[in-house]
Design a protein around this ligand. Sequence first.
Ligand code: RIB
Ligand code: CA
Length: 312
Amino acid sequence: MARKIILDVDPGIDDALALTLALFDPRLEVVAVTAVAGNVSAEQATRNVQAIIEQLDPPRWPRLGAAVQPERDPLVDSRHVHGADGLGNADFPVAELHHQHPSDKVITDEIRKAPEAITIVALGPLTNIATVLRRDPGLAEQVGQLVIMGGTLRGPGNVTPAAEFNIYCDPAAAREVFRSRTTKTLVPLDITSQVMMTYDLLDQLPEESTRAGAFLRRVLPFSFRSHRQLFGLEGAHIHDAVALMALAEPGLFETERLAVDVEIQGELTMGATVFDRRSAPTWRPNIDVATSVDTGGVAAAVLRGIAQAGAA
Ligand code: RIB
Ligand code: CA
């Protein structure tokens, strides 16, 4: 029986790769893809989710959720890493945006339809998840599992020395989610940064004639260019694809039960994830955190997933 999942994303090239893997993985049933502002604006993230689904045309189209414009202007975005449109400036045409329910409503509906059977994979800021739990706190125990790409176990951050991007974008939402009774797994930046997409991957992508091959050949190259120009790296991080593998291939990760909270103020430390790892901790453990990863195994699993998407 395929595992029902909701992907909450702020596409973003690595979000798009994670979506490609999930949509064609027979072990997963993507019941919904919900957009959230982060790498790009709420409107652009919503557009990108629809564009990705239209380009990939998976066997079963998931429900789509529209990102809600945050009340405050974003402190940061990642268009320098992912392109002005968030998808490597591929500038995909999008059919007239169908009327879409807000992401939090879609998530709430799907959890209520299948209590304790839905896994949410949060690959962007936790704005939507916090809204869902705030509006109906009773849903916290109805979520089967919440897998989160975000935070740092030891650091450093990526958007500031102290904070990882997804948490930094909405630290109050992250605190609400971490303090909720939801069953949570965190895949921090320390772990996801250990896996790099290398240039030879570009030669191993499915043929241009396949939907997945054509899509990935349009969006991935920008990520290689931005990682070289911005960070001097000969390869590109795929944080969200690694986080998805923590769900699809859990045997490739080791986890530890820890207590975590989020700094929501702090001139220098806002968005930092703080873990109680004292010899005599007093904070209540509230999350399973990935503490090590089989990097070769994850890279191979990503390659298999890409090949599977191309063969669909
Ligand atoms: O810090 C990495 C995370 O921030 C990834 O999810 C990436 O897509 C951006 O959202
Ligand atoms: Ca993301």
